[in-house]
Design a protein around this ligand. Structure first.
Ligand code: 0X9
Ligand code: ZN
Ligand code: ZN
Length: 306
C-alpha cells in the first residue's frame, strides 16, 4: 500500500492517482485539468457524494512551486483522509453531501519532476525563454491579478519571473480556466505552499484587505487554535504582504479573491526555516495531521454557515 509518510516521485504519484480514483469510484472522480508545458497531463479530483442539488465547492491545489514537496505530500494525505474517514468523521459525513472538494495534487508537474532528477531547489515551471538560455515562469506570479506590477520580475532567470503575459503558461491557463468556469460555486480556495508556518489572507499586491477580511480572520484564527491542540504548533495568520513581509502580484490567491471567491487562503506549511523546503520525511505525518485539523475546522465553519 501507498506510504503517505514518504515523498514520492511523479511516476508513483501518477499511479497513485489512478488507483485512488478506481478504488473509490462512488466518491472520487479523477478529471483532466490540462497539460503542462512539457505535455504531461495535470489531473484533479472531484470528491463528494452525487447529489440532485447544486453543490458548493472547496477548491485546493498543491505543488505550485516545484521544491515545496510537503505541499504535494499534503494533498495526497488529505485525499486519503477524505476517502478513508468519511464514514467515521462526523464533519465529513455531512460535508460531503453538500460540498464537493476539487483537489489538484500536483500543479507544477514539470518542475516537480525536475526537482527529483536535476535540481532539488527548482521553483518554477520548465518553459524555455530566450532561445533556451533561461527557463521557468513562477506560476504564482502568472495569474491575472495586477500581473507583474510588484514583487515579480520580467527577467526569465529570476525565481519570480512573471512570464511574457498574464496566463501565458499552459498550467496557469488550465487552472484559471477551470476555476473561472465554476467560480460561482466555489466558496473556498486553498493553495498549499511551504515554508514558513503561515495562513495568508489577501492581498499580496497591496496593503488593503479583502471585503471579507474580518470573517476570514476569524475563520483562520479558529482553525489555527484547533491546529495548536494537535501538535502544539501555531501558524502566523494575516494579510499576505504584512505577514510574509513582501509584496507579490499575479498570485492565485489574490486572483481568486478578485474574481469573487469569498474565502481564499494561501498556506505556508512547515517549517520555520530549519530545513526549509527540504523538510525531513519524518515531519510529513505531523505536518499533514495538523494541517488537516486546521482545514477541517474551516470546512466545518463554512458548512454550518453557508
Ligand atoms: O511568494 C509566493 O509565491 C508564496 N510564498 S513561497 O515561499 N511558497 O513562494 C506566497 C504567496 C502569497 N501571496 C498572496 N497570497 N498574495
Ligand atoms: Zn448540512
Ligand atoms: Zn510556494
Amino acid at each position: 500500500t501507498y506510504d503517505y509518510t514518504q515523498y514520492h516521485p511523479m511516476n508513483e504519484i501518477y499511479d497513485w492517482m489512478e488507483q485512488i480514483g478506481e478504488k473509490n469510484n462512488d466518491l472520487v472522480t479523477k478529471l483532466y485539468l490540462g497539460s503542462t508545458y512539457e505535455h504531461r497531463p495535470i489531473y484533479y479530483f472531484k470528491i463528494g457524494w452525487p447529489s440532485e442539488k447544486k453543490k458548493k465547492i472547496m477548491f485546493m491545489d498543491c505543488g505550485f512551486h516545484a521544491r515545496e514537496w510537503i505541499s504535494v505530500a499534503f494533498c495526497q494525505w488529505f485525499i486519503k483522509e477524505l476517502v478513508s474517514t468519511h464514514n467515521t468523521n462526523a464533519i465529513l459525513g455531512k460535508v460531503l453531501k453538500e460540498f464537493d472538494f476539487y483537489i489538484v495534487p500536483v500543479f507544477n508537474i514539470d518542475g516537480y519532476i525536475y526537482t527529483w532528477t536535476t535540481q532539488r531547489l527548482w521553483r518554477k515551471n520548465r518553459a524555455p525563454f530566450e532561445n533556451g538560455t533561461c527557463y521557468g515562469v513562477d506560476l504564482n506570479r502568472n495569474f491575472d491579478a495586477q500581473w507583474c506590477t510588484i514583487g515579480a520580475s520580467r527577467n526569465c532567470s529570476s525565481n519570480t519571473f512573471c512570464g511574457p503575459s498574464a496566463e501565458s503558461e499552459p498550467e496557469t491557463k488550465a487552472l484559471a480556466g477551470l476555476i473561472g468556469r465554476i467560480k460561482s460555486d466555489i466558496l473556498f480556495y486553498l493553495t498549499m505552499h511551504s515554508y514558513g508556518k503561515m495562513i495568508l489572507l489577501p492581498y499580496g499586491y497591496k496593503d488593503d484587505v479583502s471585503k471579507d477580511h474580518e470573517l476570514m480572520m476569524s475563520v483562520a484564527t479558529k482553525a489555527n487554535a484547533k491546529m495548536k491542540e494537535k501538535h502544539n504548533n501555531e501558524y502566523a495568520v494575516g494579510p499576505s504582504a504584512s505577514v510574509i513581509g513582501y509584496y507579490d502580484s499575479g498570485s492565485s490567491g489574490d486572483w481568486a479573491t478578485d474574481i469573487g471567491i469569498k474565502f481564499s487562503y494561501t498556506f505556508e506549511l512547515r517549517d520555520n526555516g530549519t530545513y526549509g523546503f527540504q523538510l525531513p520525511a519524518d515531519q510529513i505525518k505531523p505536518t499533514c495531521e495538523e494541517t488537516t485539523t486546521a482545514i477541517m475546522s474551516m470546512v466545518e465553519y463554512v458548512h454550518d454557515n453557508y
